[in-house]
Design a protein around this ligand. Sequence first.
Ligand code: UP5
Ligand code: MG
Length: 196
Amino acid sequence: YDPSEATVVFVLGGPGSGKGTQCAFLVRDYAFKHLSAGDLLREEQDRPDSEFGEMIKDYIKDGQIVPMEVTIQLLENAMTASIEKDNKRLFLIDGFPRKMDQALKFEEAVVPSKFTLFFDCPEDVMQERLLNRGKTSGRSDDNLESIKKRFRTFVETSMPVVEHFESEGRVVKISATKLPEEVYEDVKGALKEKGI
Ligand code: UP5
Ligand code: MG
């Protein structure tokens, strides 16, 4: 099997916009396999014999984007495993691509995405959610200093990816400020329109 047989929906949005939360609803109700790039990087970071562990740790704490070779390889491995082991080939790729080079490389070397779900959320709302989550998450980047850096990276580096896809008419924008279940109603409507 190879990942080019897959159907991919990118899930983008600022830090704390609710990507993971909405993906969890989708996995409950649809045949999606959820792949969070951030989760894959954190797993790789914690793998004892990883050659990238220290680098990933530094990038995440600093809100910087890990070099795409690492992230794309982790995604490809996870996609192949999902296709081979579970025969699942419908993917939600959460939190990736967050830089133009990653977007172009992934769509050329792995598979073009079907479309992008973009969760639109103001920074003050995201900040409150992340600080709140930080009380229990144990995530090294759920502190005010890292959060500010993540916002900056998002605006400067990741929004251009969303705008690029938008210019091609390949983005469904969803307002992410309502209750999780209310946001999810809009997500389901969007998927229906896309034939999923
Ligand atoms: N919450 C969610 N929805 C809510 C709602 N509608 N109303 C009220 N509360 C809501 O939600 C965040 C919090 O808000 C939770 O407590 C939730 O209950 C609540 P969540 O669903 O986790 O939001 P999400 O958008 O997934 O936030 P996350 O923090 O995961 O976003 P990031 O994009 O910052 O994190 P990610 O894990 O994707 O990336 C982390 C880092 O990894 C990056 O900064 C980067 O350094 C690195 N990375 C790369 O280098 N390359 C990649 O390709 C990907 C990541
Ligand atoms: Mg997440």
